[in-house]
Write a new protein. Structure first.
Length: 176
């Protein structure tokens, strides 16, 4: 039972990611820049060939290829970025960056869900979660990380004073 409470406390501290996402990001337009694009109108899909950069406010996704489509029987738009790796970054409300990378990044705009598949990593302030798959609901700040076979989910949480230890000493800078 104590182990379950420890695991829950660990996840809660990482899930908060020390900040919340900038709400205005999710209300802005999605802009996609690519080297080329192909439209498959019959299947309601556009394929962007890279390098590809997607921006929505401070959210940035970089990939080798991006597929954008609407789910069947819904209006939910989905972006699937692939790369070696594909990357995601966002500036949080407090100004600190959050980053993610994976072989595939799936971003569902309607549910504001980010799914990282294949060598997935999510990090902020030196703390990170890695696994084969990480699913993160940006709006609700809920995270699920999974691995398969002998692979394990790894969580690294920096000590409370991590920021203080990594900030340049103002006295040292003044002396220079």
């Amino acid at each position: 039972m104590k182990l379950n409470k420890l695991i829950a406390a660990t996840w809660l501290s990482l899930l908060s990611l020390q900040a919340i996402a900038v709400e205005s990001d999710l209300q802005q337009e999605v802009k996609i820049e690519a080297a080329s694009q192909e439209a498959d109108i019959k299947n309601n899909q556009i394929i962007f060939n890279g390098p590809v950069e997607v921006t929505q406010g401070s959210i940035k996704i970089n990939a080798d290829e991006l597929r954008a489509f609407t789910k069947e029987q819904s209006n939910g738009k989905v972006l699937v970025a692939t790369g070696t790796p594909a990357t995601y970054s966002q500036i949080m409300e407090d100004g600190r960056p959050a980053k993610a990378s994976a072989a595939e990044i799936r971003y569902e705009l309607a549910t504001r869900t980010l799914t990282l598949i294949g060598n997935a990593t999510l990090e902020q302030d030196g703390s990170q979660v890695t696994g084969n798959q990480i699913r993160y609901n940006i709006e609700q700040q809920q995270l699920i990380a999974e691995s398969t076979g002998n692979d394990r989910v790894i969580t690294i949480i920096q000590p409370e004073n991590y920021q203080e230890l990594n900030e340049p000493d103002s006295k040292t800078q003044e002396q220079q």
